[in-house]
Structures are given as structure tokens and as C-alpha cells.
Design a protein around this ligand. Structure first.
Ligand SMILES: [Zn+2]
Length: 388
């Protein structure tokens, strides 16, 4: 017997184990009655304990004709009396998500005639897929309507009907099941077939916040949060905005402007820095070409222009060069040649740099690192080898 249908606010119950078995290192039990909700209809399963044994998962077992199977950390035995306790914090959040889902589904139906195609409430950010085209104004209207329904604090009832009565009930969606059908009614707001757990009044589901929407399979997917989870997100986001506000001497809701200003400034400085680096690299290249008239160059340069100078020299006809930039824990180097030089760069690298512990590679430009203190040795070996 599914106690959660009639007693959604109860979190403790006593019962007896009807069947119990173990398989593949896991333990299972079916009870005479249960408050544990199995994963179904977009709502996740409950967790908790049975005689203090953790309930890891709860499923509907189709093979056993709809029995509710509790997956346990340790075994129980058949006929045993057990006390079940739900993780109420988890379940209440599921009830908030689920009630918000019904409220939103009706709100978007009223706002724009959007039909609900599917729902997922397995995490704090839930989704509803609607039939309508994405549209900012509809999203705002749907969200506002849903929160009006929350503030109206409308009672929610559930009752059972026979499928012959479905037509006169005018449900929002056609039921997916037949036979006895459970109806969840938010008074004067929404009526739909559903087997999940819901709140007693809409007020408990608020606030409801649509946090994102996107085009999905020709319709719209909305992402929403409800109840405690929406509030917790607001608290976390507000804390971030407040800290940013303090950093930028601005009110939390006005931080966009100073951040935008800083970003603009940063782009400007980055552009200036790149231009200065270019100018410096060009100057260093000219100096090196003048210092080494035969264009076989070995020199130490600063780390922030190593790549730029190397790139320029590699494009200069007749150049063969080794540049080293000493750093704190290692040196960086660039060994390069213009395609007009006959030397075998790989052979040079193997002879001069590899014995010093160099790492790196490349064809016409070899970039890499050298262990600390070996930069000078590398330059000296290069000079000696090429006898300049
Ligand atoms: Zn429901």
C-alpha cells in the first residue's frame, strides 16, 4: 500500500517486511505498506532508513506488478516488523519542486497556451518542456502568474476517478495511465492526473523562479527552482553580489557598471601592452641582427618578449638563433632557423640542448624549457659549436 498518496506529510511509519532478498551484493525489500516514494513521473525517490538501515533507492518493480522495492545497505528478513523514516528534508523539497511544476505548467498554459510535454525534477534545477516558441515576454508572464498562484496560497486536493470520468474532469493533460486515475487539483487553478507527492497549499512552493530558458525540440525548455532551493540560490547569489559590490564600492544591484568599466579598461591596457611588446620585440630583433652580422645569433632576452623576438627572427632570411630567457624555476628557450639555413635544427638540439635536460620541440622553431642554471651553458655550447 502506498501511504505517501494519502499522507504526504508523514515521515515515519511502521510495517512488516513482505518479501526480502539479496542479489549481486545488494539487498531488497517489499513492505506491506510504505511512505517511500519510488522514482516516477519526473520525481526522484525518497531516501531514509528502515530499522536504521539506510534506504539507498526506491523503485517500482514492473516484474512484481508494481511492487515498491526498497534497495537497502544491509538485509532485512521476511515477516520482520520495521520502522521506516524518510529523509524529510529531501522529500519536502521534492514536494516543493513538484507543486511548483504544476503551478508553472498551468501558468504557461494560461499565459500563452503552452502545453507541457515533459518534466524533470531530479535536481534542484528542474525543467519543463513546453510546446510554444521561446519568448521573453511569455516567460516573464508565466513566472509572474505562477507566483501570484503561490501568494493566493490555494489549497491542493487529491482524489481518485475512474477513466470513464476523465472527460468531464477537464484535466490539463490527458492521463498516461488507465483504470483508477489520481487527480491533483490546485483549487481554481489546475487539475491534472499525477501520482506524485504535493504540498497542501501553493504558498509552500514559493518562491518560484525561472532561471533560464532555451529553444528545445521545436518548443521551449524552462529551468526553474522552487521553495527552499530557490531561496538558498538567492542567498548565495546575493552574497556574491554583495562581495562584488564592496570591491567596486557599489550597491549589489549596480555592480555591472563598474565591472563593465573595468573590462573596457582591461581591453585597452591589453591592446597597449601588445603594441608595446611588438615594438620592443622589433627593436631587440634589430639590435641582434646588428650585433651578429652573420645572423648566427645567441643571446639572452627577457621572458615576456622571447616568443615575439623568436617569431620575428625565424622570418628573417639567413638567421639561425638560440635565445634563452632565464626564469625563477626554469629557463625558456627558442632555437630557430630561417628555411634558407642549411643546418639540421634537430641535430643541433640533440647535440646542444638535450644533454642539458631540455624539453620541447618544433620543426623550424623549437620552443621549450631548460633546467635552472643551464641557460648560460646552452648559449656557450651553441657559440662553440658554430664557432662564432
Ligand atoms: Zn504532480
Amino acid at each position: 500500500m502506498r501511504l505517501y498518496h494519502e499522507h504526504p506529510y508523514e515521515s515515519e511509519f511502521s510495517t512488516q517486511v513482505q518479501r526480502a532478498w539479496s542479489e549481486g551484493g545488494k539487498h531488497f525489500a517489499v513492505l506491506e505498506q510504505t511512505l517511500f516514494y519510488p522514482t516516477a513521473g519526473g520525481q526522484s525517490n525518497d531516501t531514509g532508513t528502515l530499522n536504521d538501515i539506510p534506504v539507498l533507492d526506491v523503485r517500482e518493480d514492473s516484474k512484481a506488478k508494481g511492487d515498491i522495492v526498497h534497495v537497502l545497505e544491509n538485509p532485512l528478513s521476511e515477516g520482520m516488523k520495521v520502522v521506516g523514516k524518510l529523509d524529510w528534508n529531501r522529500r519536502y523539497r521534492h514536494m516543493q519542486r513538484h507543486t511548483a511544476e504544476h503551478t508553472l505548467a498551468q501558468a504557461f498554459w494560461r499565459a500563452a497556451g503552452w502545453e507541457t510535454l515533459s518534466v524533470n525534477m531530479s535536481s534542484s534545477v528542474c525543467t519543463i518542456d513546453f510546446s510554444g516558441e521561446p519568448d521573453e515576454a511569455t516567460i516573464k508572464q508565466g513566472e509572474a502568474l505562477a507566483n501570484w498562484a503561490v501568494y493566493a496560497n490555494t489549497p491542493i486536493h487529491t482524489y481518485w476517478i475512474d477513466d470513464s470520468e476523465v472527460e468531464k474532469e477537464s484535466l490539463r493533460r490527458a492521463p498516461k495511465v488507465s483504470g483508477q486515475i489520481r487527480v491533483v487539483e490546485i483549487e481554481d487553478w489546475d487539475k491534472v492526473a499525477c501520482g506524485g507527492t504535493h504540498l497542501a497549499r501553493t504558498g509552500e512552493a514559493g518562491p518560484i523562479k525561472v532561471i533560464k530558458y532555451e529553444r528545445y525540440k521545436g518548443g521551449t525548455r524552462i529551468y526553474f527552482m522552487a521553495g527552499w532551493e530557490a531561496l538558498e540560490t538567492f542567498v548565495a547569489e546575493h552574497a556574491i553580489l554583495s562581495r562584488l559590490g564592496e570591491k567596486f564600492s557599489s550597491a549589489p544591484l549596480e555592480v555591472e557598471k563598474p565591472i563593465g568599466n573595468m573590462q573596457g579598461e582591461w581591453y585597452k591596457v591589453r591592446g597597449e601592452n601588445a603594441a608595446l611588446k611588438d615594438e620592443l620585440a622589433e627593436r631587440i630583433m634589430r639590435e641582434l641582427l646588428a650585433e651578429f652580422p652573420h645572423h648566427t645569433i645567441h643571446a639572452q632576452v627577457s621572458d615576456n618578449v622571447l616568443d615575439a623576438v623568436g617569431k620575428r627572427l625565424a622570418e628573417w632570411p639567413g638567421v639561425l638563433a638560440l635565445l634563452v630567457a632565464p626564469g625563477q624555476d626554469k629557463a625558456r628557450y627558442v632555437l630557430l632557423k630561417h628555411s634558407s639555413r642549411p643546418e639540421d635544427l634537430q641535430a643541433l638540439w640533440k647535440e646542444i640542448l638535450e644533454p642539458l635536460g631540455a624539453k620541447g620541440g618544433g620543426a623550424l622553431v623549437k620552443l621549450g624549457v631548460l633546467p635552472t642554471g643551464t641557460g648560460g651553458k646552452a648559449l656557450e655550447a651553441f657559440r662553440a659549436k658554430l664557432a662564432i
